[in-house]
Design a protein around this ligand. Sequence first.
Ligand SMILES: *[C@@H]1O[C@H](CO)[C@@H](O)[C@H](O)[C@H]1NC(C)=O
Ligand SMILES: *[C@@H]1O[C@H](CO)[C@@H](O)[C@H](O)[C@H]1NC(C)=O
Ligand SMILES: *[C@@H]1O[C@H](CO)[C@@H](O)[C@H](O)[C@H]1NC(C)=O
Ligand SMILES: *[C@@H]1O[C@H](CO)[C@@H](O)[C@H](O)[C@H]1NC(C)=O
Ligand SMILES: *[C@@H]1O[C@H](CO)[C@@H](O)[C@H](O)[C@H]1NC(C)=O
Ligand SMILES: *[C@@H]1O[C@H](CO)[C@@H](O)[C@H](O)[C@H]1NC(C)=O
Ligand SMILES: *[C@@H]1O[C@H](CO)[C@@H](O)[C@H](O)[C@H]1NC(C)=O
Ligand SMILES: *[C@@H]1O[C@H](CO)[C@@H](O)[C@H](O)[C@H]1NC(C)=O
Length: 417
Amino acid sequence: MESPHGILFLALIAIFAISSLAQAEDQEGFISLDCGLSPSEASPYTEPDTGLRFSSDADFIQSGKIGKIDASLPKTLKSYVTLRYFPDGIRNCYNLNVKQGTNYLMRVTSLYGNYDGFNSTPKFDLYIGPNFWVTIDLENNISGQTEEIIYIPRSDFVDLCLVKTGTTNPMISSVELRPLANDIYITESGSLRSLKRYYLSNTDTILSYPDDGNDRIWEPKFVPEWKQISTTFEAEANNSNGFLVPQNVLKTASIPANGSAQFNITEELDLPDDEVYVYLHFSEVQSLRANESREFDIFWNGEEFKKAISPKYLKTTTMYSTTPLICKGGECNVELRRTKNSTLPPLLNAIEFYTVIKFPQLETDENDVVAIRKIKARYGLNRITWQGDPCVPEKFLWDNLSCNSTDTSTPPRITHL
Ligand SMILES: *[C@@H]1O[C@H](CO)[C@@H](O)[C@H](O)[C@H]1NC(C)=O
Ligand SMILES: *[C@@H]1O[C@H](CO)[C@@H](O)[C@H](O)[C@H]1NC(C)=O
Ligand SMILES: *[C@@H]1O[C@H](CO)[C@@H](O)[C@H](O)[C@H]1NC(C)=O
Ligand SMILES: *[C@@H]1O[C@H](CO)[C@@H](O)[C@H](O)[C@H]1NC(C)=O
Ligand SMILES: *[C@@H]1O[C@H](CO)[C@@H](O)[C@H](O)[C@H]1NC(C)=O
Ligand SMILES: *[C@@H]1O[C@H](CO)[C@@H](O)[C@H](O)[C@H]1NC(C)=O
Ligand SMILES: *[C@@H]1O[C@H](CO)[C@@H](O)[C@H](O)[C@H]1NC(C)=O
Ligand SMILES: *[C@@H]1O[C@H](CO)[C@@H](O)[C@H](O)[C@H]1NC(C)=O
């Protein structure tokens, strides 16, 4: 009996390897930078755990020094092992080539790992172009800090800047950009900062690429008040509602363990006044009989949000907000209530919470930027301040440059060199 199983097992490995290899080829438009990787040292390489192809960051930044996390630390992703740190200058920037107007998922990870032997965790700010994005404070997180945003660049490049705010040196481990479809995750204004992305499953498997072709990271979430239901069938591949939720997310769902209770999930905000966008993904995993039905209403903090949802068998339905929502006291509660004529309790496969982040400062006129970058390249002007947006914010104005940025409704112009 042993050998047929063995053969089957080998065959399965072969199928898995082929399918993951095929997907690994398909990273069109991905930017995956392993910061501090020496370009001569096996760049690009394929990250063994994900199949993602990482390259050195050396072509995208002119400053910084290279470090490596303490080798005695527990094993981590290969892309987090080397890093780039910035002892010189206040603002140091990556200049990344992107497609203007494309929706990008942009992810930055900083893992300190005592690379300098000082056991002194850095704290600094990240900017996108001239706008503040987020503070990175590695004090309480030995596993580093990952920040993620959904952002539409206004030109064909993005300046990602690390700004020194204290005595510690900014540092960065990896930069990842993933183009998304342009008609998903749309806001009225501003960009979306990822707060939580859960799939409701009773496992501890985190899903990302290649399960998710867009390399979104899905954390499992499950509480005792829920019951897991699942299917072995794939959701129909051609029912794409644009969100392209991974099969392994669509195959499992949670329902309330007490069939007559409502289903609810609560998320807390760091800043209670943040505006929120929520995305709920459904796919019926049970083949319902003629006399069965599953129908429910969705409530946001007790107020009706969507009515009479009845997810179809093995087809994805996504319900989301098209205007920003608020969470009283910073508590965001989503509740699914079964309707009167539903014979089955509500079901939910996955949920995503984002907060709105505004980038009010316009970037310097694109033609001016292109011109000054040409001058910089031509004369090899590698001054430490000549990185990022030339004019704004004003405190980071390039040395020996004059700009007019008085009118905040028009892009700043370079007036004098
Ligand atoms: C920081 O640590 C927490 C646990 O304390 C962990 O859940 C989280 O993923 C970490 N944040 C990152 C890696 O950004
Ligand atoms: C998509 O699915 C439907 C069934 O829902 C089927 O009739 C149709 O042929 C499928 N189309 C493609 C392109 O696979
Ligand atoms: C199930 O939920 C209903 C409605 O909330 C409640 O009345 C009932 O006591 C619950 N049953 C159990 C066993 O918890
Ligand atoms: C939501 O569900 C949790 C258990 O998951 C329960 O403790 C809580 O009381 C519920 N809240 C509401 C508003 O129903
Ligand atoms: C539906 O029909 C099946 C048999 O066909 C029966 O066992 C089941 O109890 C019925 N369910 C409901 C909710 O009426
Ligand atoms: C439940 O009742 C409503 C209103 O009577 C109806 O519109 C809906 O189609 C019914 N849903 C199901 C699943 O039978
Ligand atoms: C350029 O700026 C630097 C630093 O602000 C200053 O020391 C230098 O004199 C300036 N050079 C010219 C030609 O203005
Ligand atoms: C700056 O630009 C504004 C229009 O954008 C113009 O009205 C103003 O005169 C300019 N100021 C200088 C000093 O060039």
